[in-house]
Design a protein around this ligand. Structure first.
Ligand SMILES: Cc1ncc(COP(=O)(O)O)c(C=O)c1O
Length: 382
């Protein structure tokens, strides 16, 4: 399960091994591994001089990318729609899922705005209520959420980020998914801050629709990402945004002018193309790296780093660990309050420790190639 972190760094992240940056900001923007940079360079060069493009540089690239995403979350490739970011997947759910006047879409405060505004807009249009439950301290009130799921018949959709972008709190999506499924409530998950440092079995978690940008923890170019739609649900959802590749006859150039509006049976019905072949080709390479290293190994590596950070905060007066202590309730995001967050951030920047400040906390977000030494160097500056 474990892997050689040093060899991985030397091969795929040489700038890290050379000490150019202590990069702990994967919750913002992931770096692009060498293999994916090479893929961008070679397909990018053919794209620049398009007479050099090969047949495999087009739609087979998308098929490979769907395949990679599917393997990552234990789904079938036919349930994956390639998307340029997370927001498209949130909009897909907010605009296509069945709910109407008087129904409740349930979420919680503290959500990233990408998973708030599309629901607000869709709820307003349909006369539904988009309800944000209050936080209990820094974390969502999961007991109140479960109570609402179990007792409020108006709740028709639950929409959550698997992992909070600022506190690093991780929902127990298996429990929530099971409770939703038992009551016929649809369950949407924004997984961008979870997949990568965590493995996910989307079918076991009873997720109906999932959205995930690949630009952070999936180490992929901007403008890449994907959505998953549960197999049985695909045929029931009518895409609001209509792409020319979304029809069953798409792909048969002889039928282009028949204008036969029958949706594709699979999740391609939600794709609006042309999508960037260069970017998605690189995304396949990056996800391929995660799968090659092994999601279980990455999860335990990141967990060990998080445990280390928690132990440091426990021993350090003036540093509060805001992320849940229970390892099953966190992922790769580690949030800290310090006496003076702005001054802490300046110290980290001066030492070339890439990090973020979110909601009054220092956010460190280590990934598969970060070392304990790197993390310790950052923690010492808190
Ligand atoms: C929970 C969450 N959702 C979505 C996003 C980004 O959305 P998009 O991929 O549409 O830019 C972020 C971070 O930027 C995030 O933390």
């Amino acid at each position: 399960m474990s892997y050689d972190v040093r060899a991985l760094r030397a091969r795929e992240f040489p700038w890290a091994e050379a000490g150019e940056s202590v990069y702990l900001d994967h919750a913002s923007t992931g770096p692009i591994p060498v293999r994916s940079q090479n893929a961008i360079a070679s397909l990018g060069a053919r794209r620049a001089e398009p007479f050099r493009l090969l047949p495999d540089d087009f739609f087979p690239v998308h098929a490979k990318a769907r395949d990679a995403c599917a393997r990552l979350i234990g789904a079938k490739p036919s349930t994956i729609a390639l998307m340029t970011n997370t927001s498209h997947g949130v909009n897909l759910a907010a605009r296509s899922l069945p709910y109407g006047k008087g129904d409740v879409i349930l979420s919680t405060h503290g959500e990233f705005p990408a998973n708030v505004y599309p629901w607000m807009a869709a709820a307003r249009r349909r006369g539904a209520e988009f309800r944000l439950l209050p936080l209990a301290g820094d974390w969502p009130d999961e007991a109140a959420l479960m109570r609402a799921i179990e007792t409020d018949p108006r709740v028709k959709v639950v929409s959550l980020s698997w992992v909070s972008f600022w506190s690093g709190h991780r929902f127990d999506i298996a429990a929530i998914g099971a409770a939703c499924r038992a009551r016929g409530i649809l369950f949407f998950v924004d997984a961008i801050q979870g997949i990568g440092p965590l493995a996910l079995d989307v079918v076991a978690a009873n997720v109906d629709v999932l959205a995930c940008g690949a630009q952070k923890w999936l180490l992929s170019p901007w403008g890449t990402g994907f959505s998953y739609v549960r197999e049985e649900l695909i045929a029931k959802l009518e895409p609001e945004e209509v792409g020319w590749w979304a029809q069953a006859s798409s792909g048969d150039y002889a039928k282009f002018l028949e204008y036969d509006p029958k949706w594709s049976d699979d999740a391609r019905r939600f794709e609006v193309i042309t999508l960037d072949f260069v970017g998605f080709n690189a995304m396949s390479e990056s996800i391929g790296l995660l799968l090659e290293v092994g999601t279980a190994g990455i999860e335990s590596h990141v967990r060990a780093l998080a445990d280390r950070a928690m132990a440091f905060a426990d021993d350090t007066p003036g540093v509060e660990f805001v992320t849940p202590r229970d390892p099953s309730r966190r992922a790769g995001i580690l949030a800290f309050r310090t006496k003076d967050v702005a001054a802490t951030s300046e110290r980290l920047l001066a030492a070339k420790v890439a990090h973020s400040v979110r909601t009054g906390c220092i956010r460190l977000a280590p990934h598969l190639y970060n070392t304990a030494d790197e993390l310790d160097a950052a923690l010492a500056l808190l």
